[in-house]
Structure formats: structure tokens, C-alpha cells
Design a protein around this ligand. Structure first.
Ligand SMILES: Cc1cc2nc3c(=O)[nH]c(=O)nc-3n(C[C@H](O)[C@H](O)[C@H](O)COP(=O)(O)O)c2cc1C
Length: 154
């Protein structure tokens, strides 16, 4: 075993394969989205999920202030969407967002979408854990997931 450095921590965690989500919030009719793979299920009853965001993120205040948000689980055909929302200034022009029941911005053609209410935020280290109750959801059995492993898409 080795001592922990940021470099070998990142490398070791990259061996854990994940799906990819884009978490979107809407604030005064502007949409903010971020590529996130720290997403996971938390509770069945009530149905809750969690994800974490770096407290240094350029748009962290928009996420901290929101009441509702969408979590969009990307399909294998949506690598470009993942790359787009990993940038500080994503291009929203070509995305025809669907409006959720709680006015969230939902990305079309995903393998699954969740509309959530933000119920708690927990600061830990340099990240904030967002705990969300699922209000509505949908999934598509015909699509394959976008997978992230070893810092690469599969
Ligand atoms: C595959 C992938 C997964 C990511 N997952 C997270 C995550 O779970 N939490 C997070 O804060 N940033 C995550 N990021 C980084 C953000 O998407 C974004 O690049 C970062 O916050 C920098 O942009 P910003 O300074 O505008 O916030 C991920 C990036 C990629 C490419």
C-alpha cells in the first residue's frame, strides 16, 4: 500500500467505474448544469439520492440556492453532453430542455431522468453533499449507459 497523495487518490478512484449524470438547476430562467459522477442512491423509503459538488465550482451558489433540480443519467450516445457540462461555460443553445412539473430543466433522450427536491446539504472536506428526494422519474430500457472508467468514456 502507498501513502495518499491527490494524484494517487484520483488515479485509484478512477478504477471505480460509474455512470455519468448531468445535474441541472434553473435560476431566474437561466439553466446551470454540471457533469457529475458522484451520484448514488441513498434511501428507498423515502426515495432519496445524493451527489457531491466541489465547493470551488464556479456555479456552486446556484446549486446551493435551488429548491428543485433534475438529475439526468446519460446514455452512451451523450458523451458530447457530458463533455459540454464539464466545461465552466457549457453551450446550452442546442439542447431542447423539457420542463419538469417543478419547472426543472430536463435533458431529453437520456437513459433516465429524475426530478428532485433538494432537502439537505452537508459540507465535507472541499465538497458539499447534496441530498435530494425524488419527486418524479422515468427510464428508457432501449438505451445503453455512458460509462466512465480510468478517466475515459466507454
Ligand atoms: C466524468 C466527470 C465527472 C465529474 N463528476 C463531478 C462530481 O461528481 N462533482 C463535481 O464537483 N465535479 C465533477 N466533475 C467536474 C465538473 O463537471 C466540472 O468540470 C468542474 O466543476 C469544473 O467546472 P466549474 O469550475 O465551472 O465548476 C466531473 C467531470 C467529469 C468529466
Amino acid at each position: 500500500m502507498k501513502k495518499v497523495s491527490t494524484k494517487n487518490f484520483k488515479k485509484t478512484l478512477s478504477k471505480f467505474s460509474t455512470g455519468i449524470t448531468v445535474v441541472c438547476v434553473k435560476n431566474n430562467n437561466s439553466i446551470y448544469g454540471k457533469t457529475v459522477n458522484s451520484f448514488n442512491s441513498l434511501s428507498l423509503n423515502p426515495p432519496m439520492v445524493l451527489f457531491s459538488l466541489g465547493n470551488y465550482s464556479s456555479s456552486i451558489k446556484k446549486f446551493l440556492r435551488t429548491k428543485f433540480l433534475s438529475i439526468n443519467i446519460l446514455s452512451s450516445k451523450q458523451k458530447k453532453i457530458s463533455e459540454n457540462f464539464a466545461s465552466t461555460t457549457p453551450n446550452l443553445a442546442n439542447i431542447k430542455f423539457i420542463e419538469g412539473r417543478n419547472k426543472t430543466a430536463i435533458i431529453p433522450n437520456c437513459i433516465a431522468n429524475l426530478e428532485c427536491k433538494l432537502i439537505d446539504k452537508i459540507k465535507k472536506g472541499d465538497h458539499i453533499i447534496f441530498i435530494c428526494k425524488i419527486l418524479e422519474l422515468k427510464s428508457n430500457d432501449k438505451l445503453k449507459p455512458l460509462v466512465y472508467f480510468n478517466s475515459k468514456y466507454f
